[in-house]
Design a protein around this ligand. Structure first.
Ligand SMILES: [Zn+2]
Length: 112
Protein backbone atom coordinates (compact mmCIF):
# COMPACT_ATOMS: atom_id res chain seq x y z
CA UNK A 1 0.00 0.00 0.00
CA UNK A 2 2.59 2.56 -1.04
CA UNK A 3 0.17 4.07 -3.49
CA UNK A 4 -0.51 7.63 -2.54
CA UNK A 5 -3.52 9.40 -3.97
CA UNK A 6 -3.08 12.28 -6.37
CA UNK A 7 -3.68 15.74 -5.02
CA UNK A 8 -7.44 16.44 -5.19
CA UNK A 9 -6.66 20.10 -5.83
CA UNK A 10 -4.12 20.04 -8.67
CA UNK A 11 -3.94 16.31 -9.52
CA UNK A 12 -0.21 16.23 -8.77
CA UNK A 13 1.16 12.76 -8.13
CA UNK A 14 4.05 14.03 -6.00
CA UNK A 15 2.08 13.77 -2.82
CA UNK A 16 3.50 12.45 0.43
CA UNK A 17 2.16 11.34 3.74
CA UNK A 18 2.69 13.33 6.92
CA UNK A 19 1.25 11.70 10.02
CA UNK A 20 -2.31 10.95 9.02
CA UNK A 21 -2.49 13.71 6.46
CA UNK A 22 -1.52 13.77 2.80
CA UNK A 23 0.42 16.78 1.60
CA UNK A 24 0.87 18.11 -1.92
CA UNK A 25 4.22 19.89 -2.36
CA UNK A 26 3.06 21.54 -5.57
CA UNK A 27 0.06 23.52 -4.37
CA UNK A 28 0.45 23.10 -0.63
CA UNK A 29 -2.89 21.37 -0.23
CA UNK A 30 -3.27 19.08 2.79
CA UNK A 31 -6.01 16.60 3.29
CA UNK A 32 -6.78 13.67 5.50
CA UNK A 33 -6.22 10.15 4.32
CA UNK A 34 -8.94 7.78 3.28
CA UNK A 35 -8.48 5.64 6.37
CA UNK A 36 -8.76 8.53 8.76
CA UNK A 37 -11.97 8.73 10.68
CA UNK A 38 -13.94 11.64 9.36
CA UNK A 39 -15.77 13.68 11.89
CA UNK A 40 -19.53 13.49 11.66
CA UNK A 41 -20.03 17.16 11.11
CA UNK A 42 -17.75 17.44 8.11
CA UNK A 43 -20.03 18.23 5.23
CA UNK A 44 -18.94 16.86 1.91
CA UNK A 45 -20.11 19.33 -0.63
CA UNK A 46 -18.75 19.54 -4.15
CA UNK A 47 -19.07 22.26 -6.72
CA UNK A 48 -20.42 21.81 -10.24
CA UNK A 49 -17.11 20.28 -11.33
CA UNK A 50 -16.97 17.87 -8.43
CA UNK A 51 -14.30 19.80 -6.53
CA UNK A 52 -14.75 19.79 -2.78
CA UNK A 53 -15.79 23.06 -1.21
CA UNK A 54 -14.87 24.29 2.24
CA UNK A 55 -15.90 27.06 4.59
CA UNK A 56 -14.26 30.33 3.59
CA UNK A 57 -13.88 29.41 -0.08
CA UNK A 58 -14.56 31.82 -2.91
CA UNK A 59 -16.84 30.50 -5.61
CA UNK A 60 -18.18 31.76 -8.91
CA UNK A 61 -21.82 31.43 -9.91
CA UNK A 62 -22.16 29.50 -13.18
CA UNK A 63 -25.79 30.26 -13.96
CA UNK A 64 -28.15 33.20 -13.50
CA UNK A 65 -29.99 32.59 -10.27
CA UNK A 66 -33.22 34.31 -9.29
CA UNK A 67 -33.31 35.40 -5.70
CA UNK A 68 -36.38 33.94 -4.10
CA UNK A 69 -38.96 36.52 -3.11
CA UNK A 70 -37.39 39.37 -5.06
CA UNK A 71 -36.72 40.51 -8.59
CA UNK A 72 -32.98 40.33 -8.06
CA UNK A 73 -30.83 37.99 -10.09
CA UNK A 74 -27.41 36.72 -9.17
CA UNK A 75 -25.65 36.92 -12.50
CA UNK A 76 -23.48 34.21 -13.92
CA UNK A 77 -19.85 34.98 -13.07
CA UNK A 78 -20.67 36.62 -9.74
CA UNK A 79 -17.93 35.97 -7.23
CA UNK A 80 -19.06 34.90 -3.81
CA UNK A 81 -16.51 35.20 -1.06
CA UNK A 82 -16.27 33.44 2.24
CA UNK A 83 -18.96 30.82 1.78
CA UNK A 84 -20.22 28.69 4.63
CA UNK A 85 -21.33 25.13 4.04
CA UNK A 86 -24.63 24.14 5.55
CA UNK A 87 -26.80 21.08 5.53
CA UNK A 88 -29.80 21.07 3.25
CA UNK A 89 -31.10 21.53 -0.24
CA UNK A 90 -29.33 24.87 -0.57
CA UNK A 91 -26.01 23.90 0.92
CA UNK A 92 -24.05 27.15 0.72
CA UNK A 93 -24.68 30.07 3.03
CA UNK A 94 -23.18 33.33 1.81
CA UNK A 95 -23.47 37.05 1.44
CA UNK A 96 -23.44 38.57 -2.02
CA UNK A 97 -22.48 42.17 -2.67
CA UNK A 98 -25.53 44.20 -3.62
CA UNK A 99 -27.93 41.44 -2.66
CA UNK A 100 -27.22 40.43 0.89
CA UNK A 101 -27.25 37.14 2.71
CA UNK A 102 -28.64 34.22 0.76
CA UNK A 103 -28.29 30.53 0.16
CA UNK A 104 -26.99 28.86 -2.97
CA UNK A 105 -26.92 25.36 -4.32
CA UNK A 106 -23.43 23.96 -4.73
CA UNK A 107 -24.36 22.56 -8.15
CA UNK A 108 -24.61 26.11 -9.50
CA UNK A 109 -21.18 27.30 -8.40
CA UNK A 110 -17.61 26.46 -9.12
CA UNK A 111 -14.59 27.04 -6.97
CA UNK A 112 -12.77 30.21 -7.93
ZN1 LIG B 1 -1.72 19.94 -5.28
Amino acid sequence: MSDLPNCPQCQSSYTYEDRDMFVCPECGHEWSGGDAVESEDTLKINDANGNPLADGDTVTVIKDLKVKGSSLVVKVGTKVKNIRLVDGDHDIDCKIDGIGPMKLKSEFVKKA
